[in-house]
Design a protein around this ligand. Structure first.
Ligand code: PNS
Length: 160
């Protein structure tokens, strides 16, 4: 059994992400959710806020840890002793970008493998940016993100 890293921006975490985390936590010995510190991206939440939100919604999964990271994903993997990059695939349109990233990461470090998990069909349309757009336009985001973080999203959007 291997140690895997599920990297992303998670701004915010969606029910699609959470579904992949739950299912993959049964496949891998340990799963680290790697939250990217990306100063170039105009994020809704700070990286520390995102880490806290994810920790809160995965607290019942004993083999899942949440860590922020900056720089190369491969460097985080080496630091944590992880062999596998776990990515969720929603649709064929994700494939090209993910194939490029997987190939690049494998070129950077051939000892690392990327493993893809299909998201459930009911989450195939879901993305963090679409959740933010719906929330900003006053739409209902119930069922799209974990219940616990809905108040955070509404509060943050109202404060902007
Ligand atoms: O949720 P996102 O924004 O699509 O996640 C992108 C992420 C974090 C997976 C990707 O940007 C990443 O791995 N960044 C770390 C920098 C890195 O290692 N780049 C080289 C490989 S693409």
């Amino acid at each position: 059994m291997k140690k895997a890293i599920f990297p992303g921006s998670f701004d915010p975490i969606t029910n699609g992400h959470l579904d992949v985390i739950k299912r993959s936590s049964r496949v891998f010995e340990e799963l680290i959710v790697g939250v990217l510190v990306n100063p170039e991206k105009n994020s809704l939440f700070t990286v520390d806020e995102r880490v806290e939100q994810i920790k809160n919604v995965v607290k019942h999964l004993s083999n899942v840890k949440v860590k922020k990271f900056s720089g190369l994903l491969i460097e985080l993997m080496n630091k944590e002793g992880a062999e596998v990059i776990l990515k969720g695939l929603r649709s064929i349109s994700d494939f090209e970008y993910e194939f490029q990233m997987a190939s690049l990461n494998n070129k950077l470090d051939p000892s690392k493998e990327t493993v893809f998990m299909m998201t459930k069909a009911k989450y195939s349309y879901l993305s963090s940016s679409s959740v933010k757009q719906v929330a900003m336009l006053g739409g209902c985001i119930k069922g799209l993100v974990p219940e616990e973080i809905i108040p955070d999203i509404i509060k943050k959007i109202n404060s902007k």
